[in-house]
Write a protein that binds this ligand. Structure first.
Ligand code: FAD
Length: 392
């Protein structure tokens, strides 16, 4: 078995590392103080990323992107995740958030929605969660009723990332009255400024994310703005979420690696009772546990990425990666704070910010409990075999 990273991907990782050091790290303090980086700053970063060939690096070549596969994307994201300044998808520097339009566009929709997102001229958001049903989509209340040549949409979505900056949202709504989880749900492309659609509450969270509520009151959307097949919206959401969950892996790995590096440096340098912390078994065990868990998360993530790149099903692996890597990040950052003592809690270091961000990750894009439910259901039903390593 060959675990060597191909030369081309190693070079991509190196150039991403340089970009992070030279362009993103100098902004980290400003971002930590105010997570709304001004558009002018972000646009300038985006222009540099475009000039260096990073823009759309993960988008398929047939759509004009760089065609970097899932493993390569993981390597890039690990590097980006070392810095607090978010640079991928929402808000973006390297590659836009695309969402379900990647999977189900008609040629007309591609011209009007997908192409402008890929060129960076339009932004979009993914609107699935409701106050009534976050984990449980069968409780979705937003409805889209077909009337001649349009759908009439009513409902509310909450916690929608990037809704304030989105030129259109990819909205999930019920098109049939059914209690099957996700059954009868369709996806619509709804433009900003459509009468009846407005922003509601802005959520202030302990993490740096600032998602929004979106309200839909008697919104009329032409039939041509339905994405894919009516009633198949859950499939579009699932394909989007599988990739979203897989990339929780590298985001956790890069962040945890930096936290562990800080902890190791501090343990070697800080002396108590006449000797460096690094000589104490209690500290050594924290470092050892973090290093082992980091390595396990990395192997799990690369294997899931490999499956995705082979065109193999990676639904259960994506859930395993999200569950394990996000929990690993919480533990590693927590230990790094412990090793730093009071300094770990201080805003002089990025650790307290990392801790707050890490906490939100075990809830977003399907909580840890939901990942456990998916994993258990795949194995208990026999849909996934217990050992899929290197096999379909
Ligand atoms: C920062 C942030 C950004 C977000 N961005 C978006 C976005 O862009 N678009 C979008 O659509 N959504 C977004 N969300 C919503 C997110 O996906 C939901 O918060 C998440 O799916 C959990 O749903 P909920 O908050 O309604 O919790 P609930 O579904 O109410 O769950 C509450 C708790 O109960 C647990 N639970 C639920 N059911 C079970 C069960 N059967 N067994 C055991 N435990 C259970 C859950 O794991 C959770 O811990 C975002 C959320 C956050 C915090």
């Amino acid at each position: 078995m060959n675990f060597e990273i191909p030369e081309e991907l190693r070079r991509l990782r190196e150039s991403t590392r340089r970009f992070v050091l030279e362009e993103l790290m100098p902004l980290e303090r400003q971002y930590a103080d105010d997570p709304d980086l001004p558009d002018a700053v972000r646009n300038a970063l985006q222009d540099k990323a475009k000039a260096l060939g990073f823009w759309n690096f993960d988008i398929p070549r047939e759509l004009g992107g760089g065609g970097v596969d899932n493993l390569g994307t993981c390597l890039v994201l690990e590097e980006l995740a070392r810095c607090l300044v978010p640079a991928f998808r929402t808000p973006t520097v390297f590659s836009p958030y695309v969402g379900p339009i990647l999977y189900g566009c008609t040629p007309e929709q591609k011209k009007r929605y997908l192409d402008p997102v890929l060129s960076g001229d339009k932004r979009t958001a993914f609107a699935l969660t409701e106050a009534n049903g976050g984990s449980d989509p069968s409780r979705m209340r937003t409805t889209a009723v077909l009337e001649h040549d349009h759908y009439r949409i009513n409902g509310n979505k909450i916690f929608i990332t990037g809704a304030d900056k989105a030129d259109f949202v990819q909205l999930f709504a019920r098109t049939a009255d059914t209690s099957t989880p996700g059954g009868g749900v369709s996806c619509f492309l709804v433009d900003r400024g459509t009468p009846g659609m407005r922003l509601g509450q802005r959520f202030e969270l302990m993490s740096s994310d600032r998602p929004w509520e979106i309200v839909f009151e008697e919104v009329r959307v032409p039939v041509s703005q339905l994405l894919g097949v009516p009633g198949q919206g859950w499939k579009l959401a699932r394909d989007t979420l599988d990739v979203g969950r897989l990339i929780h892996g590298p985001k956790a790995i890069g962040r945890a690696e930096r936290a562990l590096e800080l902890a190791i440096a501090h343990a070697n340098q800080r002396e108590t009772f006449g000797a460096p912390l690094a000589t104490r078994q209690a500290i050594q065990w924290m470092v050892a546990d973090s290093a082992v868990e980091l390595n396990a998360a990395r192997l799990m993530t690369y294997q899931a990425a490999w499956r995705a790149d082979q065109g193999l099903d990676f639904h259960v692996e994506a859930s395993q990666v999200k569950l394990y890597a996000d929990d690993m990040l919480m533990r590693v950052v927590d230990r790094a704070i412990q090793i730093h003592g009071g300094l770990g809690l201080s805003r002089e270091l990025p650790l307290e910010h990392m801790f707050r961000d890490a906490r939100s990750r075990t809830i977003t894009e399907g909580s840890s409990e939901i990942q456990r439910m998916i994993i258990a259901s795949e194995f208990l039903s026999g849909r996934s075999g217990l050992n899929r390593f290197g096999q379909p």
